[in-house]
Write a protein that binds this ligand. Structure first.
Ligand SMILES: [Zn+2]
Length: 107
């Protein structure tokens, strides 16, 4: 097991997406601290940073390259977004709607 990347709490949806992408590439990985986010607000932010861990150490260089490439191509963020469910306007740093709990669309 080897840690690939630590995400910010509000990058959780990115972490989940990246895990799926890596899985599609044949790279097995595990998202740690993901569950803790369910209780966000009750626990300190520092304890719920999602961490992406590789099951197989040997794929690290490949996964690292993939991650760097992926992060570089991530849009820098275009500010506020609107919840597709309840139409609440949310600031860029929120990964989910604080009003209804819907996840931010990954578009
Ligand atoms: Zn909402």
């Amino acid at each position: 097991m080897k840690k690939l990347h630590t995400f910010s709490p509000w990058e959780r949806s990115q972490a989940v997406l990246l895990k799926e992408i890596l899985k599609g590439e044949g790279i097995d990985c595990l998202l740690k601290n993901d569950q803790l986010l369910a209780g966000m607000g009750e626990i300190p932010f520092t304890e719920c940073y999602p961490e992406l861990w590789l099951i197989d150490d040997e794929v690290y260089p490949r996964a690292r390259l993939f991650l760097d490439h992926w992060l570089k191509n991530e849009p820098a963020g275009d500010g506020a977004w609107v919840c597709p469910n309840c139409k609440e306007e949310l600031e860029e740093q929120f990964g989910a709607c604080w009003s209804c709990g819907s996840e931010r669309p990954s578009v």
